[in-house]
Design a protein around this ligand. Structure first.
Ligand SMILES: Cc1cc2nc3c(=O)[nH]c(=O)nc-3n(C[C@H](O)[C@H](O)[C@H](O)COP(=O)(O)O)c2cc1C
Length: 224
């Protein structure tokens, strides 16, 4: 169930105010808010609704320190009340998970026999040919990071700060947290309440520098 929690910051303000926090207070995130952040994060879209994201919530201090040691000793990993190891499971392309997705669709009243058959035949074909990605790791990252993005924005809307991190040794984290070979680590995400003023906004390149029109490098006119 998704409940509305107050006070919250609206979507646009949450996007504008979010900064990567580099230090956290020890204050815990209320369980109801943490639960809500997770519930909303998993509303993210995914190809064929396969939902490859997997999250390990690390809260115990000794485990956070273990993770910090795998993350170039980044301060926020040891300080934040909750640190998530955000993973993507490559094995979701297996028929077992496809069947679960079909069942989920049936439970939600949207699955027809013909769509179920389409999924059973097209998903394996898609992963055999993989026309839109080169490696399965690119595919798992593509999806998990959408859920992580939802998480950061939803967290901010509840006043919870975050820091996404790629500064970690993947093999070390896998070993320390018993993550199977078939699972990729996409990022680490610290969640909590920033202990220092958030770092200054570093700016973004203007839209007309990163958007093109009709073909790559063809200027995107904002006005026409
Ligand atoms: C995938 C990803 C990996 C990142 N890795 C780290 C990291 O390891 N350590 C860190 O302090 N910040 C990390 N950041 C935060 C960025 O430095 C930060 O988002 C960027 O400088 C823009 O600042 P802002 O998010 O505060 O606007 C990462 C951000 C992303 C999206």
């Amino acid at each position: 169930m998704i409940v509305e929690m107050h006070p919250y910051i609206g979507l646009i303000e949450a996007i504008k105010q979010r900064r990567a926090a580099r230090s956290f207070k020890s204050d815990r995130i209320p369980e109801a808010i943490l639960q809500e952040i997770l519930e909303l994060a998993v509303q993210a879209p995914s190809g064929f609704n396969l939902q490859p994201w997997r999250f390990i919530l690390v809260k115990e201090q000794q485990n956070k320190e273990k993770l910090q040691a795998c993350a170039f000793n980044q301060r926020q990993v040891g300080e934040a009340p909750v640190v998530l190891i955000c993973c993507g499971d490559r094995s979701v392309k297996q028929m077992e998970n496809i069947t679960s997705v079909i069942q989920l669709g049936e439970e939600n009243g949207i699955m027809t026999p013909s769509y179920a058959n389409y999924l059973r035949s097209n998903i394996p074909e898609f992963f055999t040919n993989h026309p839109s990605f080169e490696t399965m790791e690119a595919w798992t990252n593509r999806h998990t990071m959408i859920a992580v993005t939802y998480m950061m924005i939803v967290a901010k809307s509840f006043g919870v700060d975050s820091c996404p991190m790629e500064g970690f040794d993947s093999q070390q984290v896998k070993q320390a947290f018993q993550i199977p070979e078939s699972v990729d680590i996409c990022c680490i995400l610290a969640l909590g309440y920033a202990s220092e003023p958030l770092k200054e906004y570093g700016g973004r390149f203007p839209v007309n520098q990163v958007c093109f029109q009709e073909s790559y490098n063809q200027p995107f006119p904002l006005t026409s």
